[in-house]
Design a protein around this ligand. Structure first.
Ligand code: NAD
Length: 475
């Protein structure tokens, strides 16, 4: 369904070229960073339902300036080499921008996961993982996958288990993949991480009145009208957090079977349940249904969040997209041609390499947790609480000596005394990452006139870091 001219990779490369032209990089290094290092294609057979079925999978490594390389595994019938390579390139730029110490990679399997029973999917996943593991394309030190479209915790648990069966003495085996369930070496807050990152990115954007002004926006997230495309892992969590915690209003949700729209706002948690029960958004009470869902990308709103797949805003519809602010929760939702049209109109785009980096950021924390073999906060939490208790005791003792006695409220004591557990630490690390990466981008955006947009700024930050890493290696 890609509508990028010349393909998804060509679109990512066109954006890269636009940015790198503003840098003083040698043509050799420019080319080295742009190209995809290697793509492995595997075809394997699995006996299912009394017949042998052949599946095609890919694992692409874009850049190994840092290892392991990192990137999700996607299950979709649309998976192809060009898509996997484009997504691997975006992983390289993303990891550099948010300072996760990884190179870029991506994998995919041509499969419609809804057509197979869970036990069949397990057989297929284990066989795909076996093919990649035996070639070190899944390995805690070299290549660490994660979930992407069509995959989640369940598939990551199968992959992790498969690796550990094949490498029984590798004490770091669990670090071969991230996005695992908590009971299989996962980390608190990983499932929600990408959506949470989108929320933190928007909060950070709304902390900068000058940036809001460029988009023609003001105020806070409270009451902002949002259109979301794709209510999957990323889209659902982003929409749910933004509406429940920041007071934003989700006015339309676009899904596979169409879109629902309501000026009064949609309860995304209820809609999510409705999709689970009915297979689509159609029939959701209190909202109007539009069979041609993509039309709603053009709806009047303050913020558009494409969170489904690439190439949805293209040369054909970009001129009709009126949102002043687009945050790319999906990878590559805006083609290079559409990007030019939107920029000309003054639309601010918070680019994918930053906007959806919450996933890889928390994956990084999970990988570190697996390598250190201890839950975050386990050593410090009670010590922190004990130290806070000392302060509370002292304040209460002092209050007794005053003429007018005062006390600390129970709510204050509960919040203040609680030491940070893993989830709080993960959220803190994610928030810090999203704030600093935005700071790095906006500094370049505002410092140089020729840097007209956040995407170019993001590329400049990440390319200069990747270049420095290649240069340090003597390349
Ligand atoms: P997902 O499979 O959980 O959800 C995708 C959603 O989009 C589903 O609800 C699906 O029905 C919907 N969808 C698919 N095609 C559509 C169409 N044509 N129109 C409208 N809706 C459609 O996938 P996800 O993990 O949420 O990933 C979504 C995007 O975010 C992808 O671009 C992915 O690469 C990117 N991303 C995901 C993560 C992650 O941690 N999962 C991290 C970074 C980036």
């Amino acid at each position: 369904m890609s509508v990028h001219k010349g393909g998804f990779s060509a679109s990512v490369n066109a954006m890269y070229d636009r940015a790198v032209a503003l840098m003083d990089l040698s043509p050799g290094l420019t080319e080295k960073i742009r190209v995809c290092n290697a793509t492995y294609t595997v075809r394997f057979g699995v006996r299912l339902r009394g017949a042998i079925h052949t599946f095609t999978g890919y694992r692409s490594v874009h850049s190994e300036h840092m290892e392991p390389v990192k990137g999700g595994i996607r299950y979709s019938l649309a998976v192809n080499q060009d898509e996997v390579e484009a997504l691997a390139a975006l992983m390289t730029y993303k990891c550099a921008l948010v300072e996760t110490p990884f190179g870029g990679s991506k994998g995919g399997l041509c499969i419609d996961p809804t057509q197979w029973e869970p036990h069949e999917l397990e057989q297929i996943t284990r066989r795909f993982a076996y093919e990649l593991i035996k070639r070190d394309m899944i390995n805690p030190a070299q290549n660490v996958p994660a979930p992407d479209m069509g995959t989640g915790e369940r598939e990551m648990a199968w992959i992790s288990d498969q690796y550990q069966r094949m490498n029984t003495t590798d004490i770091n085996g669990r670090a071969c993949v991230t996005g695992k369930p908590l009971n299989a070496g996962g980390i608190a807050g990983r499932i929600e991480a990408t959506g949470r990152g989108v929320q933190y990115a928007l909060r950070e954007f709304f902390r900068h009145p000058e940036d809001m002004k460029i988009a023609g926006l003001s105020g806070s997230l409270e009451g902002k009208r949002i259109v979301v495309q794709g209510l999957g892992n990323v889209g659902f969590h982003a929409a749910s957090f933004l509406s429940r915690e920041d007071g934003a209003k989700i006015v339309a949700v676009i899904e596979r079977d169409g879109a629902v729209h309501s000026d009064d706002g949609i309860d995304v948690d209820e809609l999510h349940m409705h999709i689970r029960e009915n297979g689509g958004v159609k029939g959701f009470p209190g909202a109007s249904f539009e069979a041609e869902g993509a039309k709603l990308l053009e709806a009047d709103c303050d913020i558009l969040i494409p969170a489904a797949l690439e190439g949805v805003i293209h040369e054909g519809n970009a001129a009709r997209v009126t949102a002043p602010l687009i945050i790319e929760a999906a990878n590559g939702p805006v083609t290079a041609e559409a990007d030019a049209i939107l920029r000309k109109r003054g639309c601010v785009i918070i680019p994918d390499m930053y906007a959806n980096a919450g996933g890889v950021t928390v994956s990084y924390f999970e990988w570190v947790k697996n390598l250190s073999h201890i839950r975050f906060g386990r050593m410090e939490r009670r010590a922190e609480e004990a130290r806070h208790q000392v302060l509370v005791n002292e304040l209460e003792r002092l209050s007794k000596n005053k003429e007018v006695a005062w006390t600390l409220s129970d709510n204050f004591k509960r919040d203040y005394l609680r030491g940070a557990g893993e989830l709080e630490l993960v959220r803190s690390g994610l928030d810090d990452t999203m704030r600093s990466a935005y700071g790095a981008m906006r500094e370049v955006w505002h410092a140089r006139d020729e840097v007209a947009d956040l995407r170019t700024a993001g590329f400049l930050v990440s390319i200069s870091r990747i270049a420095a890493s290649y240069q340090a290696k003597g390349l």
